[in-house]
Design a protein around this ligand. Sequence first.
Ligand code: G1P
Length: 292
Amino acid sequence: MSQRIRKAVFPVAGLGTRFLPATKTVPKEMLPVVDKPLIQYAVDEAIEAGCDTLVFVTNRYKHSVADYFDKAYELEQKLEKAGKSELLAVIRDVLPRHVRAVFVTQAEALGLGHAVLCAQPVVGDEPFAVLLPDDLIWNKGPGALRQMADLAEKESASVIAVQDVPQEQTGSYGIVATRDFSGRHGEITAIVEKPRPEAAPSNLAVVGRYVLSGRIFELLKRTKPGAGGEIQLTDGIAALMAEERVLAYRFQGRRFDCGSRIGLVEATIEFALDHEDLAEPAREYMRAALAR
Ligand code: G1P
């Protein structure tokens, strides 16, 4: 699979129960970090990596994700009339012209592996990316997916983002065992979904960025429900490893677990401190708040 990826899949059909009551009406992917919804950060990362087809796997509660990427005629007209060209550019840049968004539905919440499989009619059998918008990855240089796409192309292999986590947290992640790393990557020899710390093959955890061979779809079709009774992407990857090389990649950048409340708070603080207009007032406020 020495091809460059062009298609990115965004599974956005989850319930987001950790953010109730907000997520009663607002999908968790639409929660903002400063002034952009989480989904926008993941979309920007995919576009930067070279993707021009974005596949959103949604359900009937997620209309606002589709609305967000749709053209906002009335708003655009108003801003145009008012001569607010900067704001106009902000809403138009949500999706650049060369990029198309495709929406597929996952009628039943059968797991992440099943959600990815729902994208097969759009992706076909070419290599593609999966981005979980809950994982917000921030890097001053090339984005995490761009780094992974480069490696996947060079090595003709699938690539999965990983990060070291404390041993007691293995039960929240897919965990991999690898051969020796060469630089930032190493071949995966085993992958398990959410093992208890004593059963975990390592403390190297899968983070929500994947570059996968199109072969995974056929394997996902045969994947039986696993951890939590769900069809797991992790189990599809385990099957893929029996046929093709799959690499673990320690990306450059910082990951915020925005699927948790503290992660979203941390990301908000970090992005505010890095924001052109907000850095100074945010710093001042934090100093005062901590001194209280
Ligand atoms: C999913 C994957 C898991 C991965 C994690 C990364 O789990 O199943 O392997 O480590 O994303 O965020 P979830 O967090 O959706 O339960």
